[in-house]
Write a protein that binds this ligand. Structure first.
Ligand code: GLA
Length: 384
């Protein structure tokens, strides 16, 4: 191998979720899309068992040995800096799965805003998974790779997220939304209408996913299942509870648990309906479900913020906007908007101006396209 062919790159996208929020840890279906904001990683093999990282955006470097991976320390025995935990989590998960992880030198940068709910961390994880896999020459199926990256994030980084983000980053299909059943992991790519733009609006309030609020929501769902089992003995998650059955027993649940569970049960039904509408080309109906989904996240799941509500309300006043809602975990971050292509320039201007008027904050707006999932490029995009 000559030097240049030893150097490869990966492009690994972020994602939006169009519908199905906070259902992936309840075995429910989700409807994300990978987007054309992405992480770019260039790498080459190292003969040693060392991983050398150069994170351009943080202006930080770190190196660790694969044999020390479970101690979370760098080559000099110091704790790994936070940014390095994400690539390290992948080496750890691969090692746990029995692979002999190769050393590598990597440089990477991303234009996915960090902490904005667009899966900047999943993009890094999936990107490194692709890189290690290319060097290891292993044949790991894509869904197995998704599970592995999720395990790294859950157990090594310590963030108890569901499977949606890594799935979307890896399985993305250009101009398609992805339907994933998080219970049996069956999935389908659904074409998005070509004259509809995906516009992401960042509220500029960054959220802390590892924070207690996300875990509290997971616990509330588990509690709802426990309580409902008294009346519905066969259930193992909220996925098993129909809206009709839920309404029958809802009053038996403590108020807060009732609100949380109602969001999940109804959101699951919304996703199933949304898939039918998308297949029938009914984007207006799809947009209405997005709006209902946002109201539910605001009032029942209580993960919205006044700033996100403002973005959604302003969006819905604009001509050509089919639907708007917060995307990702909430507590800050972004909204996703589906807008008629010809109206998107005016939409962006009006949303920016309206948001600043109402909140005094600047929103960052990203017109996006649904993009291909993480893939290798056989050339050095960045300088190692
Ligand atoms: C975060 C998590 C996902 C999912 C969403 C909420 O993005 O990483 O697994 O739970 O929140 O839908």
């Amino acid at each position: 191998m000559n030097t240049s062919s030893r150097i490869q790159s990966v492009i690994s996208p972020g994602r939006v979720n169009l519908l199905g929020e906070h259902v992936d840890y309840n075995d429910g279906p989700v409807l994300p899309a990978a987007i054309d904001l992405s992480m770019t990683l260039t790498f080459e093999p190292l003969d040693d068992d060392i991983v050398e990282l150069n994170a351009i955006d943080f202006n930080q470097r770190s190196s660790f040995r694969i044999r020390d991976i479970s101690h979370k320390v760098d080559v000099s025995g110091e704790p790994l800096p936070h940014f390095a935990l994400y690539p390290a989590s992948i080496a750890w998960a691969l090692k746990q799965a029995g692979y002999t992880v190769p050393g590598l030198r990597a440089v990477y940068t991303s234009n996915i805003p960090i902490g904005a709910g667009l899966s900047s961390s999943a993009a890094v994880e999936v990107g490194f998974a692709r890189a290690f896999m290319a060097l290891g020459g292993w044949d790991i199926g894509p869904m197995a790779l998704v599970k592995l990256t999720k395990k790294g994030e859950n157990e090594y980084v310590g963030v108890h997220s569901g499977i949606m983000d890594q799935f979307a980053c890896l399985f993305g299909v250009e101009n398609h939304a992805l339907y994933l059943d998080t219970r049996d992991l069956s999935w389908e790519a659904l074409p998005l209408p070509s004259d509809v733009a995906i516009i992401v609006a960042d509220s500029n309030i960054s959220r802390e996913l590892a924070g207690s609020a996300y875990n509290e929501r997971q616990q509330a769902c588990a509690r709802a299942v426990e309580e409902l089992r008294e009346f519905l003995p066969g259930i193992s998650s909220l996925r098993d509870v129909s809206v009709k059955d839920f309404m029958k027993y809802a009053e038996r649940l403590p108020r807060r648990i009732q609100r949380r569970a109602r969001h999940v049960v109804e959101e699951i039904a919304r996703v199933e309906k949304a898939v039918e509408l998308l297949k029938a080309g009914n984007i207006e109906g799809f947009g209405d479900l997005m709006i209902a989904g946002h109201a539910s996240l605001r009032d029942l799941y209580e993960v919205s913020l006044p700033e996100l509500d403002a973005l959604v309300e302003i969006a819905m006043e604009q001509p050509g906007c089919y639907g708007a809602r917060l995307t990702g975990a909430g507590f800050g971050g972004c909204t996703v908007n589906l807008v008629q292509e010809g109206k998107s320039a005016a939409f962006i201007m009006a949303l920016k101006a309206g948001y600043e008027r109402r909140t005094g904050r600047q929103a960052k707006i990203y017109p996006c396209r649904a993009a291909q999932g993480a893939h290798l490029v056989s050339e050095p995009i960045l300088k190692l």
